[in-house]
Design a protein around this ligand. Structure first.
Ligand SMILES: NC(=O)c1ccc[n+]([C@@H]2O[C@H](COP(=O)([O-])OP(=O)(O)OC[C@H]3O[C@@H](n4cnc5c(N)ncnc54)[C@H](O)[C@@H]3O)[C@@H](O)[C@H]2O)c1
Ligand SMILES: [Zn+2]
Length: 689
């Protein structure tokens, strides 16, 4: 039968594209398209070749394993070829039944013959390794390469802590262990964070990795073992290559499961999720159970693997070109897919962080439909150069939020402008600020900003700020969601009827809240300054500001230079305070709060040195008879002292109550004066001698 021209051309085009992508993936460790995309092309070629066997060339990607080894490494000829595994493309449970049916057919079993025993394992998404042990000692580690010839990566593999350099007693004279080297998800996230920092600091030749498999492959195929050492890799053993034969004293394994137990006994890591399965039903159950567990696993898997357990049956089934007939990989939905960016929006978080988010053409990835993916921050978005209209690779693995990992460069058809981070908050229009040394832009609107309102209210109400009794998270959600509170001063305009109208709000709690609000109006300047939620202004800075300037108006009018004169206030903090009060809407909020009756005692600005305990550090330990820890701290700080958490040579006094521990011992060691509560009180009254 003649092959239609179209099919000939399509097959050639597919072969060329697959060759190109296999080279990028296996040889360069730099995949350009997601696996799901590659698999689609691969299956299309397989189908064409099945229809027209004449199209099947010996160099077709469907006939080969992996990629050629790199010249940079010494080559290793595998004594037993390292094959691939056939993929069951039906990702439903029926995939397991297809495999079972095929095995039974190939073994010529009658329908009523008993179920076959299998082993079910995780399909780790990493890189295959062959570890050769002679007399129990690791002598060589090699990559799979093209299945016949791999790369010698022994020096790199020696840096992986989980791979024993010497096996426990009893291992056969020759043992080749096959397994997967992979990177845990948390290690991957940390590595990429480090890489981003290096890139930000201007390091050349550094890059981030698209996924843990890619990071693991890059680390294993490093020319410098020192670099591999810094990349956290893990390993699971799932099979073997050459092993001393039984006649020469080798192991007499009868089943795959038994062999894995032996490997574990000699010190090799074998996953504890390897199970024996009886017939197709057990395989289906395993597939379902692992599918549910997948997101919670600390590493990526792209499916499960089923293997015929009996080694006799395995031999009977044998191999096709690149795959054993006794095993199959049953995949899960891919964790990476290609889709199109429809727009890039800015999401404003509860704390004011601005995050660029790609709105996507809906895509099914990692088991869910994804419509948005984070671009993290300005630098990431620019580095990846994501633009509206681009085809992008989206990754969703585990509980991590979906992420755009790369642009599919070969598919950019037009040139939308490069992404620009907006200079104003899209929610409230306030100035956006990116501080020196920070990666994030933030809205400076604080409580004025709709996105930050709930967080700002909670911060405002907390005990250490305005101390509003009865205003918790649930109520804040209700008040903001119902539109009752739009700006902060609305809080002090709440009426009983409005509150009672809220769901689950009784008369009593409404009364209590109103009383709490009323009581909070009488406050102190440091509390009020802290409550405003100005970035970088914590309690200590608020106190310093109050002490230095004495009145709120002076703080609000202060220039950055004036602010820099406050002890412990640096340029970033000064700038943040200045920006906050420079914005009319923030001044408006302050005015309205005052108009609602929020008040405090103001004082003249106090020069630091005038305070009796200025410059003195005090450490508190144990329980005092009448003063609480907070009260003692407040009194000391009001007198200008610094309260520290640990005793050092710089400590001026240690105030010790009952059950004082190590701090007291340390004070004695350093001969630091120790005071009880009485001593503290007289110190406060008289100042330091
Ligand atoms: N994105 C791209 O451009 C691109 C290019 C080429 C290949 N790929 C991807 O590579 C894969 C195909 O490559 P492959 O031939 O290496 O097949 P494979 O990775 O799908 O399956 C074979 C491999 O599975 C591994 N494995 C993991 N757990 C195992 C277990 N418990 N038992 C046995 N083996 C286990 C072994 O390393 C083995 O070599 C596909 O997922 C494909 O999408 C992607
Ligand atoms: Zn805002």
């Amino acid at each position: 039968m003649a092959v239609p021209d179209d099919d000939v051309r399509r097959a050639a085009a597919l072969r060329e594209r697959l060759h190109h992508h296999a080279h990028c993936y296996y040889v360069l460790d730099d995949p350009q398209i997601p696996d799901a995309e590659y698999d689609k092309l691969f299956q299309e070629l397989q189908a064409l070749e099945a229809r027209h066997p004449q199209l099947r060339t010996p160099d077709s990607p469907t006939q080969r394993v992996g990629g050629a080894p790199l010249d940079a490494f010494a080559k290793v000829r595998h004594r037993v070829p390292m094959l691939s595994i056939r993929t069951e493309t039906d990702i439903e449970a029926s995939g397991a039944r297809n495999f079972d049916a095929r095995v039974r057919r190939e073994l010529g079993l009658a329908e009523e013959a008993p179920p076959i025993d299998y082993v079910a394992e995780l399909k780790f998404d990493g890189l295959a390794l062959n570890l050769r042990y002679e007399a129990g000692v690791l002598v060589q580690a090699a990559t799979r390469g093209d299945g016949e010839v791999g790369e010698d990566v022994t020096q790199n593999i020696r840096t992986i802590g989980q791979i024993p350099l010497r096996l426990a007693d009893g291992a056969p004279p020759v043992l080749e262990v096959r397994g997967e080297v992979y990177m845990r998800r948390d290690d991957f996230e940390r590595l990429n964070a480090r890489q981003r920092e290096k890139i930000a600091a201007g390091a050349r030749g550094e890059k981030t990795f698209v996924n843990p498999r890619n990071a693991a492959a890059g680390a294993v195929r490093q020319l410098d073992p020192q670099v591999t050492r810094q990349r956290p890799l893990s390993f699971f053993a799932y099979g073997w290559g050459e092993v001393t034969p039984v006649e020469q004293g080798g192991p007499a394994w009868r089943t795959h499961f038994e062999a894995l137990q032996a490997l574990r006994g000699w010190g090799l890591p074998v996953s504890d999720r390897v199970v024996q399965a009886h017939g197709a039903d057990d395989l289906v159950a395993y597939h379902q159970a692992i599918g549910r567990e997948r997101d919670g696993l600390p590493f990526d898997i792209d499916g499960v693997v089923y293997k015929v357990d009996s080694l006799t049956l395995q031999r009977q089934l044998g191999f096709v070109t690149r795959e054993p007939r006794w095993a199959v990989a049953h995949k899960f939905p891919a964790q990476e897919q290609v889709t199109t960016v429809e727009s890039i929006d800015i999401f404003v978080g509860r704390t004011g962080k601005l995050t660029p988010v790609a709105r996507l053409k809906p895509v099914f990835v990692g088991g869910v439909t994804v419509t948005n993916a984070t671009l993290h921050n300005e630098d990431e978005a620019r580095r990846k150069d994501v633009r509206v209209g681009d085809a992008v690779i989206v990754r969703r693995a585990g509980d991590v939020i979906p992420e755009v990992v790369a642009v599919v460069a070969e598919q950019r058809t037009h040139a939308a402008p490069a992404f620009e981070m907006p200079r104003h908050c899209p929610v409230c229009g306030s100035q956006a600020v990116r501080e020196e040394g920070e990666v994030d832009w933030r809205c400076s609107g604080g409580l004025y900003c709709g996105a930050q309102r709930k967080q700002a209210l909670l911060h405002f109400a907390q005990r250490r700020a305005m101390d509003i009794e009865g205003l918790g998270e649930k109520l804040v959600d209700q008040l903001v969601d119902a539109g009752v509170i739009r700006v902060l001063p609305d809080l002090y305009r709440l009426g009983l009827s409005q509150l009672i109208a809220l769901e689950r709000m009784g008369d009593k709690s409404a009364q209590n809240l109103l009383a709490g609000l009323e009581a909070s109006k009488s406050t102190t300047l440091p509390r009020f300054l802290f409550a405003l939620g100005i970035r970088h202004v914590g309690e200590a800075t608020a106190r310093d500001l109050a002490r230095h300037f004495g009145t709120l108006d002076r703080v609000m009018q202060a220039s950055t230079d004036d602010l820099l004169a406050v002890p412990d206030v640096g340029p970033v903090v000064a700038e943040s305070i200045h920006t906050f009060f420079a914005q009319p809407h923030n001044r408006e909020v302050v005015e309205q709060l005052r108009a609602c009756g929020v008040h405090w005692a103001e004082s003249e600005p106090a020069p630091q040195a005038a305070l009796p305990l200025a410059g003195i550090t005090v450490v508190l330990t144990g329980t005092l008879p009448t003063l609480s820890r907070e009260e003692a701290k407040g009194l000391l700080e009001a007198a200008g002292a610094k309260v520290a958490g640990s005793v050092s040579k710089k400590t001026g006094y240690v105030v010790a109550g009952t059950e004082a521990g190590g701090k007291l011992d340390r004070a004695r060691e350093l001969s630091i004066p120790i005071l009880d509560e009485e001593g503290l009180k007289s110190l406060l009254a008289q100042g330091a001698p």
